[in-house]
Design a protein around this ligand. Structure first.
Ligand code: KIV
Ligand code: ZN
Length: 516
């Protein structure tokens, strides 16, 4: 009998983006979607089209440009949301509408303020409407793990009859445990008479740190679609980390006895990209993609490893695309050498990108004797970040010291091509830089997070600054890298402001008269 496959449903762009402070621009979402396509996920949940015009456009663009996977759009259980979801995905080669509605009494009574019969009716009519528009319809009873199982069975049966081709069982608040979830899935299989007509999916949140364990337990009893996010992003404590789900199923194929369509060697690159775009660092001890995941510190382990890799490594790092060696480029390296190393790291820069990158690389190589892989990754990130920015930082100069009033001068080129210069003093150099920039780009915001790290070891390392700013109730990440920490700081703030201008609707508040 051929091995059954488990479908991987990635919701980094929808549930992942719901993480506080993870807002992404449309271009960034498209870039992640293209990388997810390279990773080979089966389904990309590209967004929630009714939630905002920006989300609608992002889903529509992904549906038009990312052709291999199924492109899915989320919808509330009402006609307007279903129609909007369809509008956004209808040009996809493989479109899907995902209808969700709360099913637990806690949600039905306190949040929806309805009764079970009304919920049943809303779910069935929305699924039926979606199915008239699209062949592929998923239904999720939200908070399924706290739903009365008897009601859940009836709801699933009715939604499958109405046309759902996938029924997803969300552990919305991360409440269940592997043994309990196993029983629930077995209960569904035994008590929903038409369950054979739909694929059973799971969607587990990580509030108790059990999301991956719960998802895998469900696969063991016949679930054939797992939803999750790269790096475990998502609401609150996040969703099941897809890199962990994928590597567990691949490494323990002997136990799970299921196959996958993904190319796991793209995991490292995908994790890096998502972390870079969202500004959510991956913890060093994170399973599969953390910086220490394949680092062996103790003497006994190193000894074993040198004798036979499998003594202490259950996965080959190359299986997730971990760069095989720390390659070093220098001042004398040419364009071809740079391109070839970038390709090995998983980047495919166009000729124009390579030209811009080569200049930045030469500048860095002048300052730093050895340019490491991690420096190249930082350069690539900076290139990507700064490409479509409305305001460009042309110059920043800071004076500070123990007998100085910190003073910063900045020159920015605006979307109109006009250069504006301004200066400010502050309580420290960072404050002075931010105040000087604020005098030109007048967008009210609060700095909520500031962190700095060295990209590589050594005193000449490139500094990477990550910040978050808040404007209204939305947070925006900004990142900047440079051998000068204050320049990196200015770049990070510019990056955050540019994202705010691109995602939020604040363009009207930007100064239109040159400040100098
Ligand atoms: O956690 C959840 O219940 C969800 C649904 C929309 C599937 O994200
Ligand atoms: Zn969720």
């Amino acid at each position: 009998m051929p091995e059954e496959k488990v479908l991987i449903f990635d919701t980094t762009l929808r549930d992942g983006e719901q993480a506080a402070g993870a807002a992404m621009t449309g271009d960034e979402k498209l870039e992640i979607a293209k990388q997810l396509e390279r990773l080979g996920v089966d389904i990309i949940e590209a967004g929630f089209p009714i939630s905002s015009p920006g989300d609608f456009i992002a889903v529509q663009t992904i549906a038009r440009e990312v052709r291999k996977p199924i492109i899915c759009a989320l919808a509330h259980a009402n006609a307007a949301a279903v129609d909007r979801a369809w509008e956004a995905v209808k040009e996809a080669r493989h479109p899907r509408i995902h209808v969700f509605l709360s099913s637990s009494d806690i949600h039905i009574l306190h949040q929806l303020r309805k009764n079970r019969e009304e919920v049943m009716e809303m779910a069935v009519s929305s699924v039926a409407r979606a199915r008239k528009l699209c062949e592929d319809v998923e239904f999720s009873p939200m908070d399924a793990t706290r739903t009365d199982p008897v009601y859940l069975y009836a709801l699933l049966e009715a939604c499958i009859n109405a046309g759902a081709t996938t029924v997803n069982i969300p552990d919305t608040v991360g409440y269940t445990t592997p043994a309990e979830f196993t029983r629930l899935i077995e209960g569904i299989k035994a008590n929903v008479p038409n369950i054979g007509k739909a694929t059973i999916s799971v969607h587990c949140h990580n509030d108790l740190g059990l999301s991956v364990a719960n998802s895998l337990a469900a696969v063991k009893v016949g679930v054939r679609q797992v939803e999750g996010c790269i790096n475990g992003m998502g609401e609150r404590a996040g969703n099941a980390a897809l890199e962990e789900v994928i590597m567990s199923l691949q490494t323990r194929r002997d136990y799970f006895q299921v196959g996958l369509n993904v190319d796991a060697t793209q995991l490292y690159r995908t994790s890096k990209l998502v972390s870079d775009i969202t500004g959510f660092a991956v913890q060093p001890n994170k399973a599969v993609v953390g910086g220490n995941a394949f680092r062996h510190a103790s003497g006994i382990h190193q000894d074993g490893l040198l004798k036979e890799r499998t003594t202490y490594e259950i996965m080959d790092p190359t299986a997730i695309g971990w760069p095989s060696s720390e390659f070093v480029l220098g001042k004398l390296s040419g364009r071809a050498g740079l391109r070839s190393r970038l390709n090995e790291l998983g980047f495919q820069p166009s000729d124009a990108e390579l030209n811009r990158l080569f200049e930045a690389f030469k500048e860095l190589a002048d300052k730093k004797r050895e340019v490491m892989d991690r420096d190249l990754e930082a350069l690539m990130s900076h290139q990507r970040r700064s490409f479509n920015e409305a305001y460009v930082l042309e110059h920043v100069q800071v004076t500070c010291g123990n007998h100085e009033v910190p003073t910063a001068t900045v020159r920015l080129v605006g979307p109109d091509g006009v250069a504006r210069t301004d200066a400010a003093t502050g309580t420290g150099p960072v404050d002075a830089i931010y105040r000087a920039i604020n005098r030109i780009i007048e967008v009210p915001n609060t700095l909520t997070e500031f962190s700095i790290r060295a990209v590589t070891e050594g005193i000449d390392a490139v500094a990477e600054v990550t910040i978050r700013i808040q404007s209204g109730d939305q947070m925006y990440v900004g990142r900047g890298a440079d051998t000068d920490t204050l320049v990196a700081t200015a770049k990070a703030y510019m990056n955050a402001l540019n994202r705010l201008l691109s995602i939020g609707d604040v363009s009207k508040s930007v100064k239109s008269v040159p400040a100098s």
